[in-house]
Ligand binder design. Sequence first.
Ligand SMILES: Cc1cc2nc3c(=O)[nH]c(=O)nc-3n(C[C@H](O)[C@H](O)[C@H](O)COP(=O)(O)O)c2cc1C
Length: 193
Amino acid sequence: MTGASGAVFGVRTLQALREAGAETHLVVSKWGQQTLEHETTTTLAELRGLATHHYSAGDFGAAISSGSFGVDAMVIVPCSMRSLAAIAQGMGHNLVHRAADVMLKEGLPLVLVPRETPLNAIHLENMLKLSRLGVTMLPPVPAFYNHPKTLDDVIDHVVARILDQLGIGADFARRWDGQMRRPGKVVPFDDGE
Ligand SMILES: Cc1cc2nc3c(=O)[nH]c(=O)nc-3n(C[C@H](O)[C@H](O)[C@H](O)COP(=O)(O)O)c2cc1C
């Protein structure tokens, strides 16, 4: 987790991975901790309690700092523009960046949940560069086709999409079922003429 707004997405992702029985290795950057404490009621200790293993952001000796350790996938949620840039440039300042660099060099799945708005050209170029390297860009964009009623519904939808990328089924969010509301009023397809 890094210092972009939306720490709750990271908390909920970790909870969902725990519920799914996944082994998790948590790293929270310094500003990831600051935003966690500012935006949520979850403490760093509580967050760490959700993970199987946790490391400080300065711990380059951690297991996940080496490709030889072997992980299935990595998610950065939320991902700040600073961490996005560091990863895109291969200039790792902390264990989050180093672990992401390992994913890239090993050709393993890396999912970023970048959060900023509006996006400038540097942000977009960094995302494009990483996307071309096979990194999944999954901004925490709400959907409305599933008629969310609460903020939890919105958050769960994003987290379910993250788990989809990891190949982990999530049954806590409603999926699109192909059923349009008011089907009788659907206009037959035409080409606009
Ligand atoms: C409350 C708060 C919200 C922030 N929101 C964002 C954000 O949405 N996106 C972003 O890129 N940076 C955001 N920042 C700035 C980052 O925390 C800052 O750039 C930091 O250096 C990121 O470092 P990290 O990537 O190592 O966590 C925010 C900072 C604070 C204090």
